[in-house]
Design a protein around this ligand. Structure first.
Ligand code: FAD
Ligand code: NDP
Length: 558
């Protein structure tokens, strides 16, 4: 009964969450006192990705009984066995099967889907393997630069996809293991099972071998993230194409690749594939990086185009057919001319957005409401769903930035509020992010378009600069797209509304400025900051040319 005494005597019970929490503490203590329901958890987290792991570990810190369920359903496609290998192996289905199974299904079965370990999207098929492959591509560029700096680099340097994938996957596995150890150390029960609701206090957990068990808890956190979409209206897409769930563990090099989509995932994947030397095309139906500052997005894609990525603009895929030689013949339509085109590729990767993993969770049995259009979970500012003791965090929630640090913060702060008496919630405003395109694009706050929409063109001032990174000078790299801008209010000390940076190590640069923005950064304080020389970031504090002036914003001299 110590928990009750603590809650009542030492804490003011205010706010909905705290009251709810205290009531369930009372409830659980009474139950355990009478010995009726000791198997019940304080918290069950469904989904062991960025958000779920952070939340469960933080909750366990408060001495709570916590379980986290994580289960990865195989991706619909993954060419783990390249067509040629299948032929060599002369795999033949049993006679009684071959007449009943469609060839496409046999292909599908032969390939199997990608699966992975604990840690969710970021660790296995997102940020981590992506950044490592991005780094591999950047190293290729650096090798070319190295010659100019005196290194005797041979002309015929080879790149091995197999070595890269093995190294990346080894690191991913070490992280999977690390997460398991952490859960164990923090006494969080890890259940490798798929969770779905039976009622608002009970879930069914289905293990890999099909065994089912039921689990009860006072609180639930849904942190199941999302999975890549495939267009059902494009014949051959599900059967033959892959997604970001497959690319990082692809056994054979992707070869000539078509990436369909034009946002984060598409541009990043196409960027590193081009950098690794693959003939790579992007099929874009509208604009790149919708929602981002469009001048910056345009410059980022211009740089890619100038460095070997082909852009098929205003095009939509129509169908994908597989030829006998294993090549994927993609038919597409050009929206403007109406012309239909076809071309063979070795790999087709769809990066057209992600669907939340809410479909198989029986959320209606628990009473959790979804957004009808996106199927994402509706949650309030305290991550609470339409059911008081069920919460949702991360990518699965409507109107949240789909980013790892956001999910982690939401999970940690939620556990602190539920069990630690905190009332701090996530501030989803001014979240910085970086698109790891070959020339990285870091950004925080409002785009120029958004600032104009919110404040009117006359009320904002945009300072900008085209600059030349010192490290690009000796190898004579093209620098036309190295650009930055700061979008400010025009009046007073000119509060900074948005900061956008295109150039090397953009993520590292923008992180510090995002902290300054949270402290109310103004142009005045930015421009009174002494720079660090010689860096690219110093150009941010040196920007002085306004767009309005029409003056040349190119930085010259040292
Ligand atoms: P997830 O990490 O997706 O975790 C959800 C987990 O729940 C998964 O393991 C899933 O298998 C499991 N699950 C689903 N349903 C069930 C169920 N019914 N029962 C049990 N378990 C279930 N973000 C960044 O900040 N920086 C980046 O550089 C970056 N790069 C990315 C690159 C790519 C290619 C992609 C796809 C994403 C990237 N992201 C990046 C986004 C980031 O990965 C996500 O925002 C983050 O992983 C979301 O965390 P989450 O906890 O909401 O979900
Ligand atoms: P997005 O939802 O951001 O973008 C989808 C893209 O696909 C858009 O360009 C869209 O075009 C296009 N598209 C949608 N449907 C079709 C279709 N049927 N045919 C052709 N094109 C289509 O998805 P992403 O998968 O790129 O990213 C998901 C999230 O993951 C991001 O929002 C981001 O938060 C996170 N992420 C973060 C990263 C980072 O931090 N560096 C890296 C990667 C992902 P249109 O604009 O015309 O709709």
């Amino acid at each position: 009964m110590s928990i009750i005494r603590h809650s009542v005597r030492l804490q003011h019970i205010g706010g909905h969450l705290r009251t709810l929490n205290s009531l369930s503490d009372v409830n659980r203590s009474l139950c355990s006192a009478s010995g009726t329901d000791s198997s019940k958890y304080d918290l069950i987290v469904i989904g062991g990705g960025s958000g779920g792991l952070a939340c469960s570990k933080e909750a366990a810190k408060y001495g709570k009984k916590v379980a986290v369920l994580d289960f990865v359903s195989p991706s619909p496609q993954a060419p783990t066995l390249p067509v040629a290998d299948v032929r060599v192996k002369k795999w033949s289905p049993p006679d009684n099967l071959v007449y009943y199974v469609d060839r496409r299904v046999v292909d599908h079965l032969l390939r199997g889907g990608s699966v992975w370990g604990l840690g969710g999207t970021c660790v296995n098929v997102g940020c981590i393997p992506k950044k490592l492959m991005h780094q591999a591509a950047l190293l290729g560029e650096s090798l070319k630069d190295a010659k100019h700096f005196g290194w005797n680099v041979p002309d015929n340097i080879n790149f091995s996809w197999e070595v890269l994938v093995t190294a990346v996957q080894n690191h991913v596995r070490s992280l999977n293991w690390g997460h398991r150890v952490q859960l164990h150390d923090k006494k969080v029960e890890y259940v490798n099972a798929k969770g779905s609701f039976l009622d608002s206090h009970t879930i069914k957990a289905v293990l890999k071998n099909g065994t089912e068990t039921t689990m009860k808890a006072d609180h639930f956190v849904i942190a199941v993230g999302g999975r890549p979409k495939f267009p059902k209206e494009v014949p051959g897409a599900i059967e033959y194409a892959i997604s970001s769930d497959d690319i990082f563990s692809l056994k054979k090099s992707p070869g000539k690749t078509l990436v369909i989509g034009a946002s984060y995932v598409a541009l990043e994947c196409a960027g590193f594939l081009t950098g690794l030397g693959y003939d790579t095309s992007i099929m874009m139906r509208s604009i790149p990086l919708r929602g981002f500052d469009q001048q910056m997005a345009q410059l980022a894609t211009d740089y890619m185009e100038g460095h070997g990525t082909r852009f098929l603009k205003q095009c939509i895929p129509v169908r994908i057919d597989k030829a006998d030689d294993g090549l994927l013949h993609v038919t597409w339509k050009e929206s403007v001319t109406g012309e239909t085109c076809q071309e063979p590729f070795e790999t087709v990767l769809f990066a057209i957005g992600r669907d939340p993993e809410t479909l198989q969770m029986n959320l209606e049995k628990a009473g959790v409401e979804l957004d009808q259009q996106t199927r994402k979970i509706k949650a309030n500012d305290e991550e609470q769903t339409s059911v008081a003791h069920i919460f949702a965090i991360g990518d699965v929630v409507q109107d949240r930035p789909e980013l790892t640090p956001v999910a982690i913060r939401a999970g940690k702060l939620l556990a602190d509020r539920l069990f630690g008496g905190s009332d701090v919630a996530v501030d989803y405003d001014k979240v910085a992010t970086t698109v790891f395109t070959p020339l990285e694009f870091g950004t925080v706050g409002m785009s120029e378009e958004k600032a104009i929409e919110c404040h009117g063109e006359d009320n904002i001032e945009v300072y900008h600069a085209f600059y030349k990174p010192l490290e690009f000078t000796v190898p004579e790299r093209k620098v036309e797209q190295c650009y930055m801008k700061v979008v400010c209010l025009r009046e007073g000390d000119q509060q900074v509304l948005g900061l956008h940076f295109l150039g090397p190590s953009a993520g590292e640069v923008i992180q510090g400025f995002s902290a300054a923005m949270r402290c109310g950064l103004s142009y005045q304080s930015l421009s009174s900051t002494v720079g660090i020389h010689p860096t690219c970031a110093e150009e941010v504090v040196k920007m002085h040319i306004t767009k309005r002036s029409g003056d040349d914003p190119t930085v010259t001299g040292c």
